[in-house]
Design a binder for this molecule. Structure first.
Ligand code: SF4
Ligand code: SF4
Length: 368
């Protein structure tokens, strides 16, 4: 295992880190029933990763990741606590609520949290999050009290991560990206403001979908080719832990081949017609369509999350397609560096949803 600096925190973390969602027991809609681990099994998997060199474990407050936070606390108590970095988060956008949430997380863990993130920071809560007296101020206060060591923002939105990079209260950021959705990673690499922050990246396997197309090692190495601190991998079995923490690090001759974006598309083209969108998030629709999210759901539909993707798309794609038909200026087109005919693609996605929305199978296999 190799280790990297976590921004300016003075902490070093393993390049591959442990995402604890699959360890949970309880009913979480995005997870398949096969993840329903008892404490002993969950702790043994975390311990296996620890012995393979993993020192960063990421979780979220109960019940966001079921009881994973409690299991992580039990694991931390079974080893020398100071040897691991616990990353935790909660979805609260009010300062008082965030303060209470962190106190509850510390109780659940039975110890301090090293990193604590405002979870799922999105544009509709952005101003609240950064406001005086908001959750970032609460995290700063908790840092002073020793309940956490570092404060962060976790978001799938580049602009919010960038705002976090400029904010002195923020030590760490958690974003998402992978071989296909690499636009945000490219922008992080180009922006020097991110250099001072520790950066964790999730969705490295795109919710477990990309390993059907690319080797796990390639997926992890591609994220690690960017200036980030660690790639977070959701682990729910010993074999997943072995793949992430042991097998991928076995010595091989030469550097792994990292496919460029066009090579990635040509692999996917064997199965379907991907939209050449890398989720750079440069396009903005004044009529409210979140273009990068629509294209992501389209890809996830074909990559294996049919039911989930169609349900999400079904909520707003008809309205988006209607807006595109009425849109005369189409500013999104000139904003896209990939030259994607965005309104045409939105019509294509809308047609797909119309045809398949009522036939998708809710029993599809969900992965993380
Ligand atoms: S063409 Fe469609 S997606 Fe693009 S700006 Fe207009 S309404 Fe928005
Ligand atoms: S459509 Fe173009 S601009 Fe928008 S996220 Fe995708 S690649 Fe970026």
């Amino acid at each position: 295992m190799r280790y990297r600096k976590l921004g300016n925190t003075g902490v070093h973390v393993s390049e591959i880190s442990f995402g604890t969602i699959p360890l949970l027991r309880g009913s979480i809609p995005v997870l398949p029933a096969c993840y329903n681990l008892d404490d002993r099994t969950a702790i043994s998997i975390m311990d296996y990763a620890f012995r393979a060199g993993c020192n960063l474990y990421d979780t979220a407050i109960v019940p966001e990741y079921g009881d994973a936070e409690i299991k992580l606390g039990k694991f931390a108590a079974s080893i020398d606590r100071r040897q691991i970095v616990i990353s935790d988060k909660a979805r609260f956008y009010d300062g008082n609520e965030m303060y209470q949430a962190v106190c509850l997380s510390c109780e659940n863990l039975g110890t301090w949290a090293d990193l604590y993130f405002v979870h799922q920071a999105d544009p509709s809560h952005e101003d609240q999050i950064f406001a005086k007296g908001g959750p970032l101020d609460a995290l700063a206060e908790l840092k002073g009290q020793g309940k956490i060591r570092f404060a962060g923002i976790a978001s799938h939105y580049y602009d919010i991560l960038l705002r976090g990079a400029k904010d002195h209260r923020v030590d760490v950021l958690q974003g998402s990206g992978n071989l296909l959705e690499r636009g945000m990673l490219d922008r992080i690499r180009q922006e020097p403001l991110f250099r001072d922050k520790g950066i964790l990246i999730n969705k490295v396997f795109a919710a477990g979908l990309l390993p059907a197309f690319f080797p796990a090692k390639t997926l992890m190495e591609s994220v690690l080719s960017y200036p980030v601190s660690s790639a977070l991998i959701g682990i729910g079995t010993l074999s997943q832990a072995e793949t992430a923490f042991v097998r991928s690090w076995e010595k091989e001759e030469g550097k792994p081949h990292l496919p460029d974006f066009h090579q990635v598309l040509s692999v996917l083209e064997k199965d379907f017609s991907p939209i050449p969108c890398d989720r750079c998030q440069r396009c903005r629709c004044p009529h409210g369509t979140e273009i990068h999210t629509v294209f992501r759901q389209y890809h996830y539909y074909f990559l294996g999350k049919e039911y989930w993707a169609l349900n999400k798309l079904n909520l707003s794609i008809e309205e988006s397609a209607l807006q595109c038909r009425k849109c005369t200026k189409m500013p999104c087109i000139s904003q896209c560096p990939k030259g994607i005919r965005i309104p045409d693609e939105i019509q294509r996605v809308s047609k797909l949803v119309k045809i398949h929305a009522h036939t998708a199978n809710p029993a599809e296999y969900h992965t993380v």
